[in-house]
Design a protein around this ligand. Structure first.
Ligand code: GLN
Length: 531
């Protein structure tokens, strides 16, 4: 069967939850028995998300094949529990680089290379190639940005062409809009939706289905009006009102006949979802019998989206044991100078230090890692949080003048150092140690109780534990409990004398799913709930 495509576009403004609509649509189709996957189009010129500041653009999500992707890929993976490759994130930069490379290779010899057809062809080829090579029944493609943006025009044009070429039974457009309520009047306003559909039509796309974001369910009146003005069947005007958790959105959509509407258009035979345990999992995110308070002490806390997978991994673990995880995002710079402020961390059931880069705030993180150790507060360190826990231990227990060479190039005891293969790399994009690596776990350790003897996890780093210090720190009681690359690289550390003190060089958060919390997060939240 030829792959079918569902295109999700956005109107009115950003931040409406297009990613959740995309993921939920894919989830419904998966529950109906189709082989589905998602692709995110990001119309920015960066080749990938790897070189962008997380505080401005949100977390960089790492795929198993080492892609540094937009954070929406994380949402897709969490919803449909499918590991995706870097091909699932297309940017303007990637497409242009492909086209320009081909031009230099002489593949377009004699031609004037243009946005249409060369760039649009490259976009179409990319999407079709991924769908075909993964033998997908349906690919759900989310086009980033808002209709009307200059940047997304070539992409929307390519999607429009795909509908022309593949036919209306093989392609479908979902447009996500907003029906705001103005406090004074109290009625849902449909004009923004009308305008954004007009904008879409102006470039030749008539949406088949509208997912209208609103606080309360869309009123029949508003839905009728939207249907009439947008020329979309009323049964295809889907209210996307607030749900108790994002994992409930597939049910919200399906309760209005979403799958049936899609199936009629795409001539799909299986139009009913088999929910399995999905509803139970989704419910576990709103039925709690207590809470766990976690302090996340990091560098990019002004935008919680910069640690979005960490947040979800914590919430998966909490939902698994019926506890709501309350997260406070704390800037590690607060702890740079004053010990008094650190004392406030005693109020938390657990402390998590996520990934990070560079000197600012690093002393505050080292203090935090030390504070958790000295006060027997459950601690989970990830990447930077692993490296700086080593620095804290080396300084305060082993008495070394320790640091990571990332933070002090001339330090006397470089307990964390540049990976040798990173020394001669000067480009910044895509050059870290990235993606999934197989890890060997030592028997008799906490890591072994969590994972068994092997596990594969994703990475994104340039520095690592310096093996020259293995003897010193081991004798002082810090256990390096897992390794990779034939023992050259340490992957987890633990302190057996502590209630729960565990850190990972890998990014455990990218492997967590609702109903299947990542093991280190699970154990951390359980330990925090006990404390
Ligand atoms: N800055 C550290 C490194 O490059 C840690 C990276 C991270 O936390 N992702 O190794």
């Amino acid at each position: 069967m030829q792959s079918k495509f569902i295109f999700v576009t956005g109107g009115v403004m950003s931040g409406l939850g297009k990613g959740v609509v995309t993921s939920s649509t894919a989830k419904l189709l998966q529950l109906a028995g189709y082989r589905v996957s998602c692709v995110k189009i990001d119309p920015y010129v960066n080749y990938d998300a790897g070189t962008m500041n997380p505080v401005a653009h949100g977390e960089v999500f790492v795929t198993d094949d080492g892609g540094e992707c937009d954070m929406d890929i994380g949402n897709y993976e969490r919803f449909i529990d499918t590991s995706m490759t870097k091909d699932h994130n297309i940017t303007t930069g990637r497409i242009f680089l492909d086209v320009i490379r081909k031009e230099r290779e002489g593949k377009y010899l004699g031609q004037c290379v243009q946005i249409i057809p060369h760039v649009t062809d490259a976009i179409k080829e990319n999407l079709r190639h991924t769908a075909e090579s993964e033998k997908l029944d349906i690919m759900v493609v989310e086009c980033g940005g808002t209709v009307g943006d200059i940047e997304s025009l070539p992409f929307l044009e390519a999607l429009r062409q795909m509908q022309m070429e593949d036919g209306r039974s093989n392609t479908l457009f979902i447009h996500v809009t907003l029906a705001p309520v103005l406090d004074v009047v109290g009625e849902q306003k449909t004009k923004p939706t009308q305008h954004s559909v007009q904008e879409l039509r102006r470039i030749g796309i008539q949406p088949d289905l509208l997912a209208v974001r609103c606080k309360m369910p869309l009123s029949p009146d508003a839905s009728r009006k939207i249907s009439l003005f947008a020329s979309v069947d009323q049964k295809c005007v889907i209210s996307c009102h607030d749900a108790p958790s994002i994992y409930k959105v597939p049910e919200v959509l399906e309760s209005q006949g979403m799958l049936k509407a899609i199936s009629e258009r795409l001539l799909l035979k299986k139009s009913r979802p088999t929910w399995g345990d999905w509803k139970k999992i989704a419910d576990s995110f709103s039925k709690y019998d207590g809470k766990v308070r976690i302090a996340v002490v990091g560098k990019y806390v002004t935008l919680p989206d910069s640690y979005v997978s960490v947040y979800h991994a914590l919430s998966h673990a909490g939902a698994g044991i019926g506890k709501k995880v309350d997260v406070d995002w704390i800037d590690s710079e607060r702890f740079e100078n004053s010990h008094d402020k650190l004392a406030g961390l005693k109020d938390y059931d657990g402390i998590l230090v996520p990934g990070g880069f560079g000197k600012r705030g690093s002393e505050g993180i080292i203090r935090t890692a030390n504070f958790a150790r000295e006060n027997n507060i459950p601690y989970l360190g990830i990447c930077f949080g692993f490296q700086l826990a080593i620095v804290a231990f080396a300084r305060h227990v082993c008495g070394l003048a320790a640091n990571s060479t990332e933070l002090d190039a001339d330090v006397k005891d470089p307990v964390v150092d540049f990976m040798p293969e990173q020394r001669n790399i000067h480009d910044m994009g895509g050059t870290m140690r990235l993606g999934g690596h197989d890890i060997t776990v030592l028997p008799g350790t906490l890591a072994h109780r969590l994972y068994g003897s092997t596990v594969r996890r994703r990475h994104r780093h340039r520095y690592e534990f310096n093996l020259k210090y293995m003897d010193t720190i081991s004798k002082a009681g810090l256990v390096m409990s897992a390794h990779s690359d034939s023992g050259r690289r340490m992957e987890t550390l633990e302190l057996p004398s502590h209630k729960f003190y565990f850190a990972t060089q890998y990014h455990a958060e990218f492997s967590s799913r609702p109903g299947k919390p990542e093991q280190a997060f699970d154990a951390f939240v359980r330990a925090a709930a006990r404390s």
